[in-house]
Design a protein around this ligand. Structure first.
Ligand code: GLP
Length: 239
């Protein structure tokens, strides 16, 4: 694992430059993308760089990590809406090449189809991850099997509470979500994990130095050969 500790703005810029080089080397890259407040600065940088002609997404394909169950794509808190609003609507990506799990299709065959679609595109070249305060990645909560593929999860009270800041009240936060599994994530070629703020410090310490244990899902990343972790000084304060 490579860990980079810097200011919030600097890590967003450094990660964005990493994406530019990556896409220049592989214009038809398959990117795994994440939601949450953490990647917003990175996405803003990528929009800027795309508009300046530094990078083009015209041949890029994306697969998002997760989606809430029961929120329509045009619901302002759905992750599809987030991606359109924060990235896709502002870059030159082909909308048909952007995949986000469908929060209404929870049948086993639909979930399996997401992993199949990833495989049919040759797998994910570069996966972006945020991290929950409890060490979750995507919505893979503590205790999730490291062997899991795309599946439906029940969100923990802790995660619903944390994400309620985006909703009018906690009652509106969905109880379930669809998310890529731990195995799906571990099968990606390269991983960038980003974390900002003091409330992520413990999870980052457990990710980098803790036991590899499903109680901190992100700890499995210690077994992945190509992980770069970008943290600001607060999230990196326990390293
Ligand atoms: C949600 C998302 C995760 C994200 C996490 C942290 O639970 N499903 O993918 O990493 O929140 O979010 P934030 O970046 O807002 O702290």
């Amino acid at each position: 694992m490579k860990v980079i500790v810097d200011s919030r703005q600097n890590i967003a810029e450094a990660a964005a430059q990493g994406y530019v080089s990556f896409i220049q080397n592989k214009p038809n890259a398959v990117l795994g993308l994440a939601t949450g407040s953490t990647p917003e600065d990175l996405y803003a940088e990528l929009i800027k760089l795309c508009n300046q002609g530094e990078v083009t997404f015209k041949d890029v394909t994306t697969f998002n990590l997760d989606e809430y169950c029961g929120l329509a794509p045009d619901h302002p808190q759905s992750y599809r809406y987030f991606m359109q609003d924060k990235l896709f609507d502002h870059i030159d990506i082909n909308p048909r090449n952007t995949f986000v799990p469908d929060g209404f299709r929870t049948a086993e065959e639909d979930l399996v189809a997401y992993d199949r679609a990833i495989a049919e595109h040759g797998g994910i070249d570069l996966q972006l991850l945020g991290i929950g305060g409890n060490g979750h990645i995507a919505f893979n909560e503590p205790g999730t099997s490291f062997q899991s593929i795309t599946h439906m999860v029940e969100l923990t009270p802790e995660t619903r509470q944390a994400n309620s800041r985006f909703f009018n009240s906690i009652d509106e936060v969905p109880t379930h979500a669809i998310c890529m599994g731990m195995r799906t994530i571990m099968n990606t070629q390269n991983i960038i994990l980003m974390a900002i703020g003091k409330n992520k410090a413990e999870a980052i310490r457990n990710t980098v130095y803790g036991d590899i244990d499903p109680k901190c899902p992100a700890s499995v990343l210690q077994l992945h050969p190509n992980v770069t972790i970008f943290v600001d000084h607060e999230a990196g304060s326990l390293l």
